[in-house]
Design a protein around this ligand. Structure first.
Ligand code: SF4
Length: 294
């Protein structure tokens, strides 16, 4: 169903209060079981969570129930201690872990590339966090989106260079997109949100050096539509600049934590509250209805 934006809206004056209400109405812990991040919380060790988060965010596309199954299938060969497993196995052994895995754009070979890249990072820098910080040009903290995007691109390019296969396969590039390419990189920015914010039961707060104020909105088709309805996004193309526009619009409400509404907004769609057209069934009681211009 096509949608229209009325009168090129600017955000409603009460939008911040409505977003706060949306966040408070969202049962975060219950919704975690319907979100890829739920898989990450099944692990307790920080270095395992980093690794699981990179796998889970990379596969966080498609229908939630199906993608959560794909994440479980991808993680199963790594056992209860993925970091330990990755340190123990040779590249050849890693390459044989997912002989039959397939999930839409992603094949077992792409997972093996990712596993090999992480294993080599564990050997060289010791952790994914250390690799990220190595790209932060000596900063003790990353506090702006510009600095974060630079470090994020370094992080991705380093991981890509440590893959197993000689060629940079399309499926592996999709699993690990480079922000410098200009796309929204929704799943990669989701990973960074998980690492930076919290811990709050959703985001894990494992990388305190990456300040939440530097994060970029993990913008996808669904959240971009909601942001348009709310006057947070005017750019027509869904790309990196659109993600930055939304991030900057949200930073006007809270510059230190602009993404704090992201989970609740995202779950307005995952929970089938918003079906992207006005509906007598879905709109009444929607926490952002008073600001929705659809
Ligand atoms: S008011 Fe209706 S169309 Fe607007 S965001 Fe809420 S559910 Fe979606």
């Amino acid at each position: 169903m096509p949608y229209t934006i009325k009168n090129n809206p600017s955000p409603a004056p009460n939008l911040q209060a409505l977003l706060e209400e949306t966040m408070h109405q969202c049962d975060h812990l219950a919704r975690r079981d319907h979100d890829p991040v739920g898989r990450v919380w099944e692990y307790t060790d920080a270095e395992d969570r980093e690794i699981v988060a990179l796998f889970a965010s990379g596969l966080a596309y498609g229908q939630v129930r199906v993608l959560r199954e794909a994440i479980s299938e991808a993680l199963a060969p790594l056992g209860d201690r993925p970091a330990h497993t990755l340190r123990q196995l040779s590249p050849e052994e890693l390459g044989a872990l997912w002989p039959a895995f397939t999930y839409r754009m992603t094949r077992g070979e792409d997972l093996a590339d990712l596993a090999c890249a992480i294993a080599r990072t564990l050997q060289r820098e010791g952790s994914l966090r250390a690799l990220y910080l190595a790209g932060a040009a000596g900063r003790r903290e990353v506090a702006t989106p510009t600095d974060h995007l630079e470090a994020a691109s370094h992080f991705v390019r380093a991981l890509r260079a440590r893959r197993m296969r000689p060629e940079l396969a399309r499926g592996f590039r999709y699993l690990l997109p480079d922000p410098a390419d200009g796309s929204t990189c929704k799943r990669l920015h989701l990973f960074f949100r998980w690492m930076s914010r919290g811990p709050d039961g959703i985001d894990l707060g494992l990388w305190p050096e990456l300040r939440p104020g530097a994060l970029v909105m993990p913008l996808d088709t669904h959240t971009s539509r909601l942001c348009r309805y709310l006057g947070l996004l005017t750019r027509k193309t869904l790309d990196a600049r659109a993600a930055l526009e939304v991030s900057q619009a949200l930073a006007r409400f809270d510059a230190k934590d602009p993404l704090k509404y992201d989970f609740a907004l995202c779950h307005l769609g995952i929970g089938r509250r918003c079906i992207h057209r006005r509906s007598e069934e879905h709109c009444p009681g929607c926490p952002i209805e008073a600001a929705c211009t659809l």
